[in-house]
Ligand binder design. Structure first.
Ligand code: ZN
Length: 311
């Protein structure tokens, strides 16, 4: 079974790092990731540089990277202004990823808008993106739980998915922003979404998990059971949300790929090349990172037999 793996470390990961990662370092890391077989790379966001200073160099990053055919280069956009700024930049992203939260409180904390304001802007976001030749996907944050409100009503999630589809988006991501999802919930809710609004193509729906409570990879498997084929991760397990208390890293991309390949899934990813990129991350951010396979090596990387066992 073919799965689609996307990496968001440069956006979701670097946005919460205290030290600014130099543009040239971001570009070099993205260029390395471009040659690993990933489906999409989320390379930056067009948000207020005051709110997220770590990603103030969006235009320079997009202009600096080498584009590998077949890889989709994505920028996050929180609103119409973000789409307009992405459209106005010289080196446009292939795709913009709009974001709203299933919970009203997180929506206001994250993008300073009520639900109705966000939904009101959506048609314009889609129009501006498409007029500029960019695809647009929508991410629904806090789909599986909100750090302020708790569980989100499933009907509310369905209402947003329906609104995204009505607006003509090119893909939908269901995001577990602060790692509150559990596998049973993921399987039930995503199956309900796919049943009611069937996927337009294999990679139309993406699941975006954070590993805050250690359930990230289990949630990926639950998503596959429910019929989802596209998953976000972050190399080295970087990540977080600046506007959600207690948020920690995304699921680690190379840990996910190692598991899926061991299970016989075709991810299209060169695990060795991905690990090589992930192993550069601790030096870039200046601290240890949560990913495990980059430390342990792939499951079938064997070690020499101990001398004492040799004749
Ligand atoms: Zn995230």
């Amino acid at each position: 079974m073919r799965l689609y793996i996307n990496d968001v470390a440069v956006r979701d990961g670097f946005q919460v790092e205290k030290a600014f990662v130099p543009t040239a370092t971001k570009v070099a890391l993205i260029d390395q990731l471009s040659r690993t077989g990933l489906h999409k790379i989320e390379v930056t966001s067009f948000v207020s540089p005051k709110a997220v200073p770590a990603l103030a160099d969006a235009g320079e990053v997009l202009a600096g990277i080498g584009r590998v055919p077949g890889v989709v280069y994505v920028a996050l956009v929180p609103n119409v202004r973000g789409v307009q700024n992405a459209a106005a930049t010289a080196a446009r992203p292939d795709e913009v990823n709009g974001v709203m939260s299933a919970s009203e409180t997180h929506n206001r904390a994250n993008i300073n808008r009520t639900h109705e304001q966000s939904l009101g802007e959506l048609p314009t976001m889609v129009r501006v993106a498409h007029e500029a030749g960019m695809k647009i996907t929508m991410s629904l944050s806090t789909t599986f739980g909100c750090p302020f409100e708790g569980r989100v009503k499933e009907d509310e999630v369905l209402r947003f998915v329906e609104a995204f589809l009505a607006a003509g988006v090119d893909g939908i991501s269901l995001a577990d922003t602060t790692g509150m999802a559990n596998p049973r919930q993921v399987e039930e809710l995503t199956a309900r979404v796919l049943d009611r609004f069937p996927a337009k193509d294999d990679a139309f729906y993406t699941l975006h998990f954070h590993n805050t409570r250690g359930m990230g990879l289990a949630n990926v498997l639950a998503g596959i059971e429910a019929g989802v084929r596209s998953f976000d991760g972050s190399i080295a397990g970087l990540g977080g949300c600046p506007f959600a208390p207690g948020a920690t890293g995304n699921i680690c991309t190379e840990d996910m790929v190692n598991m899926l390949q061991d299970m016989g899934y075709d991810t299209g990813v060169d695990l060795g090349a991905l690990i090589a990129a992930a192993r550069r991350v601790p030096a870039i951010v200046g601290h240890d990172t949560p990913g495990q396979v980059a430390k342990a090596g792939p499951s079938l990387e064997l070690h020499p037999i101990p001398e004492s066992l040799k004749e």
